[in-house]
Design a protein around this ligand. Structure first.
Ligand SMILES: [Zn+2]
Length: 139
């Protein structure tokens, strides 16, 4: 982990006060994290879809965990995780049989979490490659 990551792209900075050398973000007076992100999204609209889909995926995990303790919620959390899978596979351009297998795996405890973590990792890698920093709750 970078010691002083750029809040926009995550690149290493020399000090907490330093401007980023990898993207247009500046500590004082430069482009904001939000503007930087929207610039990238304007260049590539699929990033917006990916950011939103990844958030849905993360929420579905949180919801799934909560549902373990409030059993009636499972009837909502499973369809929600299926919805999240359809969204993220679409954004990652995963199609057909793989998506169907992933949907079926959502019904298997533990395996579903592993699948989600793998998909989340793929989304993170793609966003970071595009220059967007991804935190615990997405970009
Ligand atoms: Zn940066």
């Amino acid at each position: 982990m970078a010691k002083f990551p750029c809040p926009a792209c995550g690149a290493e900075r020399s000090t907490f006060e330093a401007d980023c050398t990898s993207c247009p973000w500046k500590k004082h007076g430069g482009i904001s994290v939000k503007d930087y992100k929207s610039t990238l999204i304007n260049q590539d609209e699929s990033l917006d879809d990916l950011i939103k889909s990844q958030k849905t995926l993360i929420y579905s995990v949180i919801f799934g965990v909560v549902a373990q303790f409030i059993i009636p919620l499972l009837f909502l959390s499973i369809p929600y995780s299926i919805y999240a899978i359809i969204k993220i596979t679409g954004a990652l351009k995963i199609t057909g049989i793989t998506t169907i297998i992933l949907i079926l795996l959502m019904f298997i405890p533990i395996v579903n979490i592993i699948c989600i973590l793998i998909l989340n990792g793929k989304a993170t890698a793609k966003l970071e490659k595009a220059g967007i920093r991804v935190g615990m709750f997405g970009a």
